[in-house]
Ligand binder design. Sequence first.
Ligand code: HEM
Length: 121
Amino acid sequence: MDDIQNRTDIELLVNNFYERVHNEPNLAQVFAIPAEQWNMHITRVVNFWENWLFQTGSYNGGMMLVHLQANEKNRLTTERFEQWLSLWFLSIDSLFIGVKADFIKSKALEIGQIMNAKFNC
Ligand code: HEM
């Protein structure tokens, strides 16, 4: 097993993660996005992580607003944050090992904790 090397690896990871999300009914409900918007969502999420990992400038921000809107439709509860993070960790650990893999686990935990505190405290 290797560390994350490039955008193709991130695409593999994000697709693996959403496969798990779709099998978790409590989370899948939140991600009921119209099919024509799904590819755009994946691209934005891949851009987000590529930007953190390789400083590509490929993500132009606004993630807090997106989650604020998501939270209005379906509450982003602490339980959902825990499920989200545990699936993200599982996906990473099933595919990659190394400094970059560790970095996006801790970054997701950090951001997840900030969002959870905003929505649930
Ligand atoms: C309870 C946990 C979470 C839920 C249920 C959730 C749900 C969502 C939803 C519904 C969207 C909008 C999808 C769309 O319409 O395109 C979204 C976007 C996104 N999420 Fe989350 N999210 C969670 C946690 C996180 C965390 C912890 C991160 C990263 C650390 C993250 C990263 C992103 C990114 C990068 C986007 C795309 C934002 C954009 O389009 O600019 N999410 N999320």
